[in-house]
Design a binder for this molecule. Structure first.
Ligand code: HEM
Ligand code: HEM
Length: 583
């Protein structure tokens, strides 16, 4: 195979262009930050010079300056027309004149507004979902971090329970079913009743699903570590009774959501509910297909595996998150979604193409050529819903870009949208025959998995959680730690994925040349795996900060507040006086 002219291959060109987009966005952000740092540095230097000049001022010069100061400070008394009466503001028209009560090292972000009324029981349920999801994020990525370290230090332990082969699926399944799925379901319990304009049909059912999903991830992880697994392909390593718990959990909540939507007082079913309900229906279909006893062997099993893997990510995680985005983005920007019909178009085209692309996981395998071709065509067809969705979101942003700098939630949304575009289209490029030949057996797919599952799904979910929780609890997370969470996660993700993509391309080309031994390609990857461990560590740190922010948003402890407005001061005085009387 000719390997020299890889830059003329369309898959490679698309990938390079896609890599350029986040790099350009990140570079612009870095340039802005660097410009500010440089400006500060130059100002500091100027100040030092100025201080030097101050030190050497002669008494005459000081006098001259004092004289000039007096001249400049001359002003009219402002009483010329009004007289000497003290001004009063009997109607309270002048308020909040001095609002800068603290030093501002960083830009003050806009605070969220508490919802007028959300049933306290529902609030509690949603917080339980999000709390458990946060736990599984920490657990799952701690395992991921350890698995990543094993690439750099393979002999770090010799316990069968902690072996790479057992821990890898513990990581993937915990972040899939524990973190992302619970967070999505918890957020759906917020969105569905809001857009249907009725209370949720049953809160108890919500708790039942929560228990079933948690039980499935706990048991699944323990079984995997003990070496008891389904033996099948990726993401369906949990044995069927364990996965059944998850499935039943989804079924009963799906019924709960159906009942809620059926009672809606709005005429239309809002587009979010289309996406969320279909995602739950698809999950059940693919889970049954993936575990169907007669499809567990031979080539059929491989076809089912491809189908299951990409329906899992595309029709469960992606469809669900798009539904949430159609609710949260307009709400955060305080304007309607750019085009409702574009949302519906993207919905149907996604269903048309996404369900056909599973076999792109096995290009050049023994699966019939026509099926592989269908998968490649479907992967290219995915450009339509991805471009439609991205356009819809960006056009909704249009005219509101200024809100980005004043919000701590919107940057998460934007990064999610950028990766939705670049990560998905990277998948299209990866499905082409030539590129798949280079990358299929390398870590390129691992980079794609994280650019999508992390770059799209996690960033969107974090944005939604930072939006919803302060509205439910009335407590804001500290701005500094939200910023640190954002930047560590983003920089960590870039460190994780870009070196892997580069190293994998070199490795794939090395295999295709066929001149070197396999072990030489392993040695080639060593520095790139180190980068992955470094990036992974930054991502992991960011999750600790996220967990801390979540804790701050939900903690019961009441903040000590010193009354500052006249109303609060008088209320406090009345309370104090009353206390003294009763004592
Ligand atoms: C601290 C953050 C994370 C680290 C250090 C990490 C690390 C890893 C490692 C080392 C692997 C094994 C790759 C291999 O076999 O070569 C892996 C696989 C995977 N991880 Fe993560 N991960 C992290 C976060 C996440 C999150 C949050 C998600 C999803 C929400 C995720 C989804 C996946 C998937 C889907 C795979 C399978 C990749 C494939 O087979 O292509 N990871 N991760
Ligand atoms: C236009 C949409 C997309 C296309 C065409 C696409 C294409 C692909 C291809 C061709 C592969 C297999 C590479 C190989 O094994 O050689 C792959 C793997 C993968 N993709 Fe995508 N992708 C898309 C969007 C997404 C999204 C949105 C997600 C997640 C939210 C995602 C998650 C994954 C994961 C986790 C894998 C690894 C599966 C494994 O373990 O083998 N993809 N994708």
């Amino acid at each position: 195979m000719e390997t020299k002219n890889i830059f003329s291959e369309s898959g490679i060109i698309i990938t390079l262009l896609l890599i350029a987009i986040p790099v350009i966005v990140a570079s612009i952000l870095v340039i802005i930050k660097a410009k500010n740092v440089l400006k500060n540095f130059l100002k500091k230097k100027e100040l030092e010079k100025f201080n030097e000049y101050l030190k050497n001022l002669s008494p005459e010069e000081v006098k001259k300056i004092e004289q000039r100061k007096k001249e400049l400070e001359f002003s009219l008394s402002n009483n010329e027309l009004a007289g000497d009466m003290t001004p009063i503001d009997a109607k309270g028209l002048i308020d909040n004149v001095s609002e800068a009560s603290s030093l501002r090292f960083i830009e003050q972000k806009k605070k969220s507004q508490a919802r007028p009324y959300i049933e306290p029981d529902l609030t509690k349920l949603i917080l339980w979902y999000l709390g458990c999801a946060t736990f599984w994020l920490l657990f799952g990525t701690t395992v991921g971090e350890y698995v990543g370290i094993k690439f750099v230090a393979p002999d770090v332990d010799h316990y069968s329970w902690l072996s790479f082969g057992r821990l890898r699926p513990v990581h993937t399944n915990a972040v899939f079913w524990g973190w992302a799925s619970l967070a999505m379901l918890g957020l759906a319990y917020y969105v569905i009743p809001r857009v249907s304009n009725v209370p949720i049909a049953s809160i108890k059912t919500g708790y039942r699903t929560l228990i079933l999903v948690n039980a499935s991830v706990i048991l699944g992880s323990l079984f995997l570590m003990a070496g008891i697994n389904n033996g099948g392909g990726e993401y369906r390593e949990y044995i069927w009774p364990v996965m059944a718990l998850f499935g039943i959990g989804v079924i009963i909540s799906l019924r709960n959501f159906y009942k809620t939507i059926a009672k809606r007082t709005t005429k239309e079913i809002y587009v979010s509910n289309w996406y969320i309900i279909s995602a739950m229906m698809f999950l059940l279909v693919i889970a049954v297909i993936a575990y169907w006893p007669s499809w567990q062997n031979g080539l059929g099993e491989t076809i089912i595996q491809g189908y299951y893997m990409h329906q899992g990510v595309g029709m469960w995680f992606m469809l669900f998150n798009l539904g949430l985005m159609y609710y949260f983005l307009p709400q955060q920007l305080n304007k309607p979604i750019y085009s409702y019909s574009l949302g519906i178009l993207a919905f149907w085209v996604q269903i048309l193409f996404y369900t056909l692309i599973g076999t792109h996981h096995f290009i050049f395998s023994a699966i019939p050529w026509w099926l592989q071709t269908v998968a490649i065509v479907g992967s290219a067809g995915m450009i339509i819903p991805v471009v439609a969705g991205t356009t819809n979101f960006l056009m909704t942003f249009k005219g509101s870009w200024h809100k980005l700098s004043g919000s701590y939630t919107l940057p998460f949304y934007l990064i999610g949208i950028i990766f939705y575009f670049t990560g998905s289209l990277q998948g299209t490029a990866e499905a082409f025959k030539f590129t798949n030949l280079i990358w299929h057996f390398t870590d390129f797919t691992v980079a794609h998995s994280h650019l999508t599952m992390y770059g799209i799904i996690c960033f969107m979910l974090w944005g939604f959680i930072y939006t919803v929780v302060p509205r439910l609890t009335g407590k804001e997370p500290p701005q500094i730690t939200v910023g640190a969470h954002f930047w560590l996660a983003l920089i960590g993700l870039l460190f994780y994925t870009f070196p892997l993509m580069y190293g994998s391309t070199l490795r794939g080309l090395m295999w295709m040349e066929g001149a070197k031994s396999f072990i030489e390609s392993v040695e080639l990857m060593a520095p790139y795996w180190l980068w992955r461990a470094i990036g992974g560590s930054l991502m992991w740190l960011s999750h600790i900060l996220f967990a801390y922010n979540f804790y701050v948003m939900v903690k019961k402890k009441v903040e000590i507040e010193i009354p500052s407005s006249p109303k609060d001061i008088l209320n406090a005085k009345v309370e104090l006086d009353n206390q003294e009387v009763t004592n």
